[in-house]
Design a protein around this ligand. Structure first.
Ligand code: FPP
Length: 246
């Protein structure tokens, strides 16, 4: 990949006004195909984009960056690709945790990650515990994540609390649902980006996106960088957010 001049992010801080940005990282396969490379090469280049964008998010003073890395539907992919993705995730946590920690990043995983391979679960839990007391931005990685599954788990949790007499069903409110979701302690979602030209949410943060601004770009995920994130944030800044008011 051609090396790019590092953009000056200082002028964009904190004028963009976004606290929480989430990204559906799409297009790794097409990026590889265009280069006659195997899909794993696209995913590897996708990890490089994750590193670039995580650094940019820190420099742009985002409070939280959430990245959709593996959906609860991605198990339908060939076993070899699933294994490649799990391998990349494992390697990413092992190799980048020190840098995250040194920069005060809190690493979070959303999704039903406890259903993953036990050795990956313990790596994830150690990484989250090690960075939990940091005060910098949150990098949240969605793993084995599906919004419908997240809402189903939240509904079951609230139903169990109601059955146990801890809350009355008619008293359950929006705040209770927020608190039962994987994103309970993350800031409200401001901007949801999807790369690769597709314009759908693919079961990602459906509840949280209720008032998020949506931004679609044709850029394939492995090409995404700090400049592209700044462009999305510039667009976000120009939006008139009314939250149902006028
Ligand atoms: C979509 O591209 C991308 C994914 C399903 C996985 C995203 C994973 C990474 C960027 C790498 C691992 C992540 C981390 C956080 C280390 P696609 O394969 O659906 O592309 P296509 O639609 O062009 O085929």
């Amino acid at each position: 990949m051609a090396s790019q001049a590092k953009p000056d992010l200082s002028s964009a801080v904190p004028a963009h006004g976004a606290r929480h940005v989430a990204i559906i990282m799409d297009g790794n396969g097409r990026w590889a195909k265009k280069r006659l490379l195997p899909r794993i090469a696209g995913h590897r280049a996708g990890v490089e984009a994750v590193r670039r964008v995580a650094r940019a998010a820190r420099e742009l003073q985002l409070e939280c960056l959430t990245l959709y890395a593996f959906s609860s539907e991605n198990w339908k992919r060939p076993a070899s690709e699933v294994a490649d993705l799990m391998g990349l995730l494992r390697h990413f946590i092992q190799s980048d945790l020190d840098e995250f920690h040194a920069n005060g990043v809190r690493l979070r995983i959303i999704g039903d990650y406890r259903a993953l391979d036990p050795s990956l679960v313990s790596l994830i839990e150690d990484a989250m515990a090690r960075t939990a007391a940091n005060s910098g931005p949150i990098i949240a990685i969605a793993l084995n994540y599906g919004a419908q599954d997240e809402m189903l788990r939240a509904a079951r949790m609230l139903a169990a609390r109601a059955a146990a007499g801890e809350i009355a069903a008619q008293d359950i409110g929006v705040a209770d649902i927020n608190a039962a979701l994987d994103t309970a302690d993350l800031p409200p979602l401001d901007l949801l980006i999807r790369t690769s030209g597709e314009q759908r949410l693919s079961n990602f943060m459906l509840w949280q996106a209720a008032y998020a601004e949506l931004y679609f770009t044709d850029m394939l995920w492995p090409d995404f960088d700090a400049k592209a994130l700044m462009k999305a944030l510039d667009c976000f800044r120009s939006r008139d957010r009314r939250f149902g008011g006028r």
